[in-house]
Design a protein around this ligand. Structure first.
Ligand code: GAL
Length: 731
């Protein structure tokens, strides 16, 4: 869990916000003296697609010109390295300084082993000093050869920069090793790792100061000395206060030079109150399923065990397991069936209406579930998937409406059988049994493929086998297919026509519709050709709007906040998918780490996705689901905003000085209101209530804290931490 902990220091750096750019590939383009003056100048923090190269995949080069002053070297007390920080590059790169290779991430199609995209990895290249290829006080060229395999391409995250680190910069507050445990008394136990990443010993003092930004008070300070041999680390443990706006500031002072490295940790805090012991029903109030197809549904309910369930008016063909709350059977003929769901325990009972809509439409509320990708990448396995389902039940996610378990890329066999049939690989020995076990728990079973010959991960895609694959999914009991463009992009003309873009989705939809199942069709082609305008016409219920998200704030801005113009198309069965929630332990199957989003950024992402009525897909490693993340995911008042039956996407009604207000109309006339502080520090403001309430009095409710705020009539005052949110319900 969060806490942006990137170390900062007094070290000077040179920002590299722009580069010259050309598509194509030519070995001469790495040379410093090549004349690139005719090349286009692009920003290095945004995909080239967004800067005039729409739809381009394949090779391209960036050339960054930079004068490296010798004064930069003189300002360092160490002078052993030049750091060339190139941020993240989509998908693979080879980077040269004045013609000499300084780093490479991923593989090019012509490399041994073939293409491997590593768009998610930060390129932090280091050049040892002294170094003859550097031209001090003169023009240097950083030339970056890029290969984009599909979707967004090139530089896209934070600003690249150059620096000559101080010795103290070797000391890092290792984000990947940090962990925070929320204690019953409201405090948190923090374990932090301090690592010396340089080949030189570190000796100095570490100061930690815990500050409540809301009250502007220092809550705790502590000092301790640090001695670390090269490439070693030390673990520090503290019990700290927790709450909104509380942060720990860490400062390491090098004993010799007095240089400092600093980091700020935003500490996690839980807002969602614990569930009470009395029975309560949660989750969406309606479900769409096609007549004659199998149905598996788990009633979402909390309360002290044992719980007993009832369902009055359940249509014939469906039965309820009174102990588990799982409804199963065959969807009846077309119609709306109003069922009175009930749950009771020793302390009482609860009832509520639930409507089964038997008809053509699926996903009447945004799909909510788990996807394997960001936790396990291509290392996903049957046991990891089963584990995720188990955690859904054991930790109370299913009790709040989380109902789908979706396998992403990496399940496919290496080859098809002689008759063309695909199967699971050795990590998925029995897909049918896996699906059955999910269904027995009342959970949906999701799978992934590509219309291309291969998937983005290089596994088998469905090209030429669409009907065969759909039939296999049908046999396995699949309820959800994510269909990812990937290598299909290479078969399209450049630029592709709209018809070409739609064709593979139309085809797979035809194949899926032959199966006697209600299979939700999730389009993944990164938002190309304004898919939100035609997704339903090719059979989709949800469509990705953008390239892949990652656990950085800039990515949440790009995938989430920038989607404001498109929320008007959202309706039941038509969902804009801004990609997954970056919460919990992530790692793509490589090094697991807590989400790099701060706790406030995570509250904001979950709030915004709920307001936009985006599919709620988590993708964390469920083996290490922590208390903070659980609190983020089990707030039934927040989930109810997302799952509201009206199915509206919020409108952004204010965007001013780094403040945004998003308003979502709910069934029954109330409004959900998100107030976001997009600024870089804790700030206060007043929001005009006319943006979301009728004149006169209105009742306000804090959704995260599940607390009534009382009757209001005027404007609303808020104070929010950097990137924080207030999520209100207004009646
Ligand atoms: C990407 C897709 C990701 C994930 C990955 C699997 O193209 O956007 O969400 O599915 O492929 O290889």
């Amino acid at each position: 869990m969060g806490g942006a902990a990137s170390a900062a220091s007094s070290t000077q750096s040179i920002l590299l916000p722009q580069a010259r750019f050309a598509t194509g590939d030519n070995a001469a383009w790495r040379e410093p003296n090549f004349d690139d003056s005719g090349w286009k100048l692009l920003s290095t923090t945004q995909y080239y697609e967004a800067q005039g190269f729409e739809g381009y995949d394949g090779y391209s080069w960036y050339r960054i010109h930079v004068v490296i002053p010798s004064a930069l070297r003189e300002s360092s007390d160490w002078r052993k390295r030049l750091r060339v920080y190139l941020s993240a590059i989509d998908d693979s790169d080879e980077s040269y300084l004045n013609g000499v290779l300084i780093g490479k991430t991923g593989r090019m199609p012509s490399d041994p082993g073939g293409y491997e995209g590593r768009w998610d990895v930060v390129r932090d290249y280091q050049v040892d000093l002294p170094n003859d290829s550097i031209r001090w006080d003169a023009d240097n060229v950083i030339a970056v050869r890029v290969y984009d395999g599909g979707g967004g391409g090139g530089f896209y995250r934070d600003t690249p920069h150059l620096s000559i680190p101080q010795r103290a910069d070797g000391l890092q507050f290792d984000q990947a090793q940090a962990s925070h445990r929320l204690l019953a008394n409201g405090k948190i136990q923090s374990v932090l790792s301090v690592r010396n990443s340089y080949p030189v010993a570190q000796r100095g003092r570490l100061e930690i100061e815990v500050r409540d930004q809301l009250k502007n008070r220092v809550l705790m300070t502590r000092k301790q000395s640090i001695r670390l041999a090269p490439q070693t680390s030390q673990t520090l443990r503290w019990t700290l206060p927790s709450g909104p706006g509380i942060q720990a500031r860490l400062r390491y002072l090098d004993a010799g030079s007095g240089h400092a490295a600093t980091a700020i940790h935003q500490l996690p805090y839980r807002l969602t109150p614990p569930d009470g012991p009395k029975p309560a029903l949660h989750g969406a109030r309606l479900l769409g399923s096609r007549p004659g197809t199998p149905l598996h549904y788990r009633i979402a309910a909390t309360g002290r065990a044992p719980l007993r369930f009832s369902a009055q008016g359940l249509p014939r063909g469906l039965k309820l397991d009174g102990k588990t709350g799982v409804i199963s059977g065959i969807t009846p003929k077309e119609g709306r069936y109003i069922v009175k769901l009930g749950v009771r325990n020793a302390l009482g009972s609860a009832k509520r209406e639930w409507t089964l809509v038997a008809g053509a439409q699926l996903a009447l509320t945004p799909p909510m579930g788990w996807n394997s990708w960001y936790a396990h990448g291509l290392a996903v396995s049957d046991s990891l998937v089963r584990k995720a389902a188990q955690v859904f039940i054991d930790k109370g996610l299913a009790a709040k409406g989380w109902s789908r378990i979706n396998i992403d890329d990496g399940w496919e066999s290496e080859q098809r059988a002689a008759d063309g049939q695909i199967s699971g690989n050795q990590r998925f020995p029995d897909m049918l049994a896996l699906g059955q076990s999910l269904h027995a728990q009342g959970l949906g079973f999701g799978i992934y493929s590509s219309p291309g010959a291969t998937t983005c991960g290089g596994y088998l895609g469905s090209l030429g086998h669409e009907f065969n694959d759909a039939a296999t999914y049908g046999r396995w009991g699949v309820d959800f297919l994510k269909y990812d463009l990937c290598s299909y992009a290479q078969t399209l003309s450049k630029p592709p026509t709209l018809d070409e873009q739609q064709q593979p989705y139309r085809l797979m939809n035809q194949a899926l519709r032959l199966e006697p199942r209600s299979i939700i069709f999730s389009l993944c082609q990164y938002g190309e050709e304004k898919v939100w305008n035609w997704g339903p016409s090719v059979g989709g219920q949800l469509w990705r709007m953008t390239g892949d998200i990652d656990d950085s704030w800039s990515s949440v801005l790009q995938n989430g906040f920038a989607m404001a113009p498109y929320t008007g198309v959202v309706a039941p069965g038509r969902w804009n998918d801004p990609d997954m929630l970056m919460v919990g332990t992530l790692g793509l199957g490589g090094a697991p780490h807590p989400s790099r989003l701060t706790p406030d950024e995570q509250y904001s992402q979950v709030s915004l996705w709920s307001l936009m009525a985006a599919p709620l897909l988590i993708s964390n490693d469920m083996r290490s689901l922590d208390e903070f993340t659980l609190g983020l995911l089990t707030n039934h008042d927040v989930i109810a905003i997302n799952q509201d039956a009206l199915g509206k996407g919020a409108q952004r009604v204010l965007d001013r000085d780094g403040w945004q207000v998003w308003v979502k109309e709910l069934e029954g006339g109330s409004m959900a209101v998100g107030i976001f502080n997009l600024g870089e520090s804790l700030r206060s403001t007043q929001i005009e209530s006319s943006l979301f309430a009728r004149p006169g009095q209105f009742e306000a409710f804090d959704a995260w804290r599940q607390k009534k705020l009382g009757l209001k009539s005027k404007n609303i005052d808020v104070t929010l931490p950097a990137h924080g949110v207030a999520l209100l319900l207004v009646k």
